[in-house]
Design a protein around this ligand. Structure first.
Ligand SMILES: Cc1cc2nc3c(=O)[nH]c(=O)nc-3n(C[C@H](O)[C@H](O)[C@H](O)COP(=O)(O)O)c2cc1C
Length: 358
C-alpha cells in the first residue's frame, strides 16, 4: 500500500500516525519531539504537565502552564519541521488556561477529549492552531460538528475516534466494553462516524481528517483502518516502550513484562472506566485502603475527593516516576504484545515497512 501523508488543517505529517497524548508525564517533549521528528504527529500531555517543575508545590497551575510552554519549545527544538500537538482533557479544572498555554507555546494542534470540547473554537480563535475533538461514537462526532458549525462557523480539522481497546479513560460504559455484538468495535464506530459526517457535510466532510485509535498495534492494523476510509491512526501503547518516552524506565519495563492476564478495567475516581495494568495498589484501592485524606491537586472536574477511592493525579505521577507501590499504569489492550524497548525512529520504520507491504 502507498503510505499516505496526514493532513490536519494546515499541517502535514509525513506518516499517518498520531502518538496519543498520555498523562501524567508519559508523553512530554522527549517522546512528542521524537515522534514529530520521525514523521508522525507528536503529542504532549496537558495533564499536570508541571508535576516535576521546580515551582510545582508553590503554585501548581502556574507550573503546569510554564511547563507546557517549555515542553512545546523543547519538542520544537527536537523537531523544528515536525507536527506537534497537545492533548488537553475537557474534564480538567484548568482546561481554558492549558489551552491558552498550548497556543502560547506554539502547538500546531490541540486534541481534546474526556468530554465534548464545545468551547474550544472560541479559545483558539484568531490563531493558526488546528483543533481535534476525541470521540467514541458517531453521535458525539455529529454533536460536535453541529455545535461548532452553528456557534462558531468552524469545523474540526480532525476527529479522533477512540475505540474500546484504548488505554487510559474510556468513553464507554462497562456493559459496552464487554459487549460482544461488534456494535462498539472500533471498525464499526469509524464507519459510522465517516457516514454521519458525509450526511451532515457532504463534500466538506473531506476537510476533516479522521483518525482512529485504540488497540492499533501493527502496520497491518493501520492498513485495515486506512482501507475503511480513515486518514490516520492514533497509537499510544507502542510509544511507551521507546527509549524517548518520558516515563521512568520501570514504567516501560512494566509494559514489556505485561501479560494478557495483567490487563484490567478499573473504575477511575472520575467515574469513567479505564484500562490499566492491575497491581497491588489497585487491589488495595478497591477495598478502600487508598482514600486520599485531602485533595492536593484539584485536577479533574468530575472528581469528588471525599468519595474518590484514591487520588488519580498522585497515583499517575507516582507511576510515571516508577513508584508502583503507590500508583498504577494505564495501558491499551495490546500491551501484552510489547516485547522490547526500541527507539521511536525504529518503531516508525517498522510500522511503515509493514504498512508498505500490505
Ligand atoms: C499511559 C496512557 C495514558 C493516557 N493518557 C491519556 C490522556 O491523558 N488523555 C487522553 O485523551 N488519552 C489518554 N490516553 C489514550 C491514548 O491517547 C490513546 O488514544 C489510546 O491509548 C490509543 O490506544 P493504544 O494505546 O492501544 O494505542 C492514554 C493512554 C495510555 C496508554
Amino acid at each position: 500500500m502507498l503510505i499516505p501523508e496526514l493532513h490536519i488543517g494546515p499541517y502535514t505529517a509525513k506518516y499517518p500516525v498520531v502518538q496519543g497524548g498520555m498523562g501524567v508525564g508519559i508523553s512530554l517533549s522527549q517522546l512528542a519531539g521524537a515522534v514529530a521528528k520521525a514523521g508522525g504527529v507528536g503529542v504532549i500531555s496537558g495533564v499536570e504537565t508541571g508535576y516535576s517543575w521546580p515551582t510545582y508545590d508553590d503554585d501548581k497551575q502556574k507550573a503546569n502552564r510554564e511547563a507546557l510552554v517549555w515542553h512545546l519549545q523543547e519538542a520544537r527544538r527536537i523537531a523544528p519541521e515536525g507536527v506537534i500537538g497537545v492533548n488537553i482533557m475537557v474534564a480538567l479544572n484548568n482546561y481554558e488556561e492549558m489551552v491558552a498555554a498550548a497556543v502560547e507555546g506554539g502547538a500546531d494542534i490541540i486534541f481534546s477529549g474526556a468530554g465534548l470540547p464545545l468551547v474550544l473554537p472560541a479559545l483558539v480563535a484568531g490563531t493558526p492552531v488546528a483543533i481535534a475533538p476525541i470521540v467514541s461514537s458517531a453521535k458525539a462526532a455529529a454533536i460536535m460538528v453541529k455545535q461548532w458549525r452553528a456557534k462558531y462557523n468552524r469545523l474540526p480539522d480532525a476527529i479522533v475516534v477512540e475505540g474500546p481497546l484504548a488505554g487510559g479513560h474510556l468513553g464507554f460504559s462497562y456493559e459496552q466494553l464487554h459487549d460482544t455484538s461488534g456494535q462498539f468495535a472500533l471498525d464499526t464506530i469509524v464507519v459510522g462516524v465517516i457516514e454521519a459526517l458525509k450526511q451532515l457535510l457532504g463534500e466538506k466532510s473531506q476537510s476533516i481528517a479522521i483518525i482512529a485509535g485504540g488497540g492499533v498495534f501493527s502496520g497491518s492494523d493501520i492498513a485495515k483502518l486506512l482501507r475503511l476510509g480513515v486518514n490516520g491512526v492514533q497509537m499510544a501503547t507502542r510509544f511507551v516502550a521507546t527509549v524517548e518516552c518520558d516515563a521512568h524506565e520501570a514504567f516501560k519495563q512494566a509494559y514489556v513484562q505485561a501479560t494478557l492476564a495483567d490487563v484490567v478495567i478499573i473504575k477511575s475516581p472520575v467515574g469513567m472506566p479505564g484500562r490499566a495494568l492491575g497491581n497491588a495498589f489497585l487491589d488495595e484501592a478497591k477495598v478502600g485502603n487508598k482514600q486520599p485524606e485531602w485533595c492536593r491537586v484539584n485536577c479533574l472536574k468530575p472528581c469528588n475527593p471525599s468519595q474518590a477511592p484514591y487520588c488519580i493525579a498522585d497515583a499517575l505521577v507516582n507511576a510515571a516516576q516508577g513508584h508502583f507501590h503507590e500508583g498504577f499504569a494505564f495501558c491499551g489492550s495490546e500491551v501484552h504484545r510489547v516485547d522490547r524497548i526500541t527507539t521511536v525512529s525504529e518503531l516508525m520504520q517498522e510500522l511503515m515497512g509493514e504498512l508498505a507491504e500490505q
